[in-house]
Design a protein around this ligand. Structure first.
Ligand code: ADP
Length: 320
């Protein structure tokens, strides 16, 4: 039964975040554990809003992997598609947002279980139930997880799902910038819904301009929706027939971790509830206005998942 199911695919890991905000990793003396990974965050955002959500991916059969799948389950995300690898370990990341605004990462990956997911291990029965299949994480960098990604996309598409892609480019993790661009653009012609941040837009177009014609160079005939997120300034949207911008709500941001993932989750939840929002500008603007607010509220608290509001809280904010 595919009614309204959003399947998120790929990376799920434990982030270790300094207990003190703004420090570099070298300066940090203590860390707290936080479940994360962009697609896992998206899966939780969808279910936080009351949507049907499933996650497909692989973690290690270790305490971290069990903690992560437990977090998904507690949050109402189906874990039928989660595999546990008996040998490879769960990915871990030490992450900080320095006071100069730069994000620093250090990974435990040898490689980790998520990077070793093979096409054969995919839970195809979950993937084939997707109304929207969302992906985009660093498991696209290398084999075998790259092939697993491509197979999962193909199977979802064949079964009738819309493909949603957030490139989530962390350039430092790729062998080269050129390689990153080639790999990202190689799937550009197959995806229906794409979300990029303003930084990714600048990188992919080799142009810092946010003008519509710069964005339109990323448009492809297969696309149904291209969204550019602009942090506190909200987002811009492009479809075949219309385009525009929506301001975000004003908040006091304390931690922007996961704002983009939260935004995507809320956007997909809105789209999957009423697919005609992809053709109707008024409906799409409502969906994106809600997603802006959901993303904005997430920045007012620490962490990604713990900061995600429920539907009622977002509506209250919007009606203020
Ligand atoms: P990413 O994490 O992908 O870079 P953004 O930082 O652009 O994404 O945030 C995603 C969305 O969250 C934005 O489009 C906006 O709706 C909301 N948002 C993020 N930061 C703020 C902020 N400081 N104030 C209001 N809304 C915000």
């Amino acid at each position: 039964h595919r009614e309204g199911l959003v399947v998120s695919f790929g990376e799920m890991l434990v982030d270790f975040v300094p207990t003190v905000a703004g420090v570099s990793l070298a300066e940090a003396s203590a860390f707290v554990k936080a479940p994360g990974g962009a697609p896992a965050n998206v899966a939780i955002a969808v279910s936080r809003l009351g949507g049907r959500s499933a996650f497909v991916g692989k973690v290690g059969d270790d305490d971290f992997g069990r903690m992560l799948s437990e977090v998904l389950k507690e949050n109402g995300v189906s874990i039928d598609g989660v595999r546990f690898d008996g040998v490879a370990r769960t990915a871990l990341a030490f992450v900080t947002l320095r006071s100069d605004g730069e994000r620093e990462f250090l990974f435990y990956r040898h490689p980790s279980a998520d990077m070793l997911l093979t096409p054969k291990e995919l839970h195809l029965e979950v993937i084939r139930r997707a109304a929207v299949f969302h992906f985009g994480s660093i498991s696209l960098i290398a084999e075998p997880s790259r092939s697993a990604h491509l197979t999962a996309m193909e199977e979802a598409k064949k079964a009738g799902a819309l493909l949603s892609y957030d490139p989530n480019l962390r350039l430092a993790l790729w062998p080269s910038q050129e390689e990153a661009k080639i790999q990202v653009m190689s799937i550009w012609d197959q995806v229906d819904i794409v979300k990029v941040s303003d930084n990714e837009l600048a990188f992919l177009t080799s142009n810092a301009s946010l003008e519509d014609n710069a964005v339109m160079s990323l448009w492809r005939p297969n696309m149904k929706l291209l969204v550019v997120t602009l942090g506190k300034d909200g987002c811009k949207y492009y479809t075949k027939n219309f385009h525009g911008a929506i301001a975000s709500i004003k908040v006091k941001a304390v931690d922007t971790t996961g704002a983009g993932d939260s935004f995507v989750g809320a956007m997909l939840w809105g789209i999957v509830k009423d697919l005609s929002s992809l053709q109707d500008e008024g409906k799409l603007r409502e969906v994106l206005r809600f997603a802006n607010a959901f993303g904005a509220i997430t920045t007012t608290k620490n962490g990604a998942i713990p900061a995600m509001p429920r539907k009622a809280e977002v509506l209250e904010f919007l009606n203020k």
